[in-house]
Design a binder for this molecule. Structure first.
Ligand SMILES: CC(C)(COP(=O)(O)OP(=O)(O)OC[C@H]1O[C@@H](n2cnc3c(N)ncnc32)[C@H](O)[C@@H]1OP(=O)(O)O)[C@@H](O)C(=O)NCCC(=O)NCCS
Length: 168
């Protein structure tokens, strides 16, 4: 799947005009906000392009984050140093165009986000996400994400686990 789609950082050549993932806030973010957030170094945005074109068919965003230790399950924190929080990478948004849904592109974007987080020289313990609804929670759980304490829609995946996932 990843081989069929180019995934690269958003740039002005990319055609976002017709992007429709079925969620108006996610469509609007890509078209109106993503470039400005990237320029201000608030989030980085990565897009999947349809084969042989610059048409955006999926995207996700990444930014630095931290997870307060009490939000992680006890079986995870018992193996961690007693710092107030651990470093993380937040995938704030993930969306696939309706026309391309159900073909593995969401999974390929998730794998690409994990790869970029693991490739960074700056340490991060986990990839964290904010699922927008129960459907999104199910998608992330399917990929091994675990709920953070206190908010069932905030989930995390230890990057050590992601490394194993990427090998399969
Ligand atoms: C959620 C979303 C990104 C999934 O993208 P997709 O390209 O349709 O998903 P894929 O085809 O890559 O699916 C990959 C795997 O996840 C599974 N999956 C997909 N959607 C799922 C769901 N809602 N619940 C559980 N599993 C799901 C697939 O069965 C597939 O499993 P497999 O690899 O074991 O065969 C897409 O539906 C979307 O953009 N939705 C609207 C925006 C959204 O909800 N974003 C979520 C973050 S807020």
């Amino acid at each position: 799947m990843s081989a069929r789609y180019r995934i690269e950082e958003l740039n002005p050549q990319h055609d976002r005009a017709s992007f429709d993932c079925g969620s108006e806030p996610l469509d609007r973010y890509l078209k109106q906000q993503a470039t400005q957030d990237a320029r201000r170094r608030i989030t980085a945005c990565f897009v999947a392009l349809a084969p042989g074109s610059d048409v955006v068919v999926g995207y996700y965003t990444l930014a630095s984050a931290g997870v307060p230790l009490p939000e992680l399950p006890a079986e995870v924190t018992k193996k961690l140093p007693r710092y107030p929080s651990v470093p993380a990478v937040r995938m704030g948004r993930l969306a696939v165009a309706l026309k391309f849904a159900g073909q593995g592109l969401g999974g390929a974007l998730l794998a690409d986000a994990m790869t970029r987080a693991l490739r960074s020289e700056i340490a991060a313990f986990a990839l964290i996400v904010d699922a927008k609804d129960e459907n999104a929670v199910a998608f992330y759980r399917h990929h091994g994400f675990i709920a953070l304490q206190g908010d069932p829609r905030a989930l995390f995946l230890p990057l050590a686990t992601a490394k194993t996932f990427l090998k399969h």
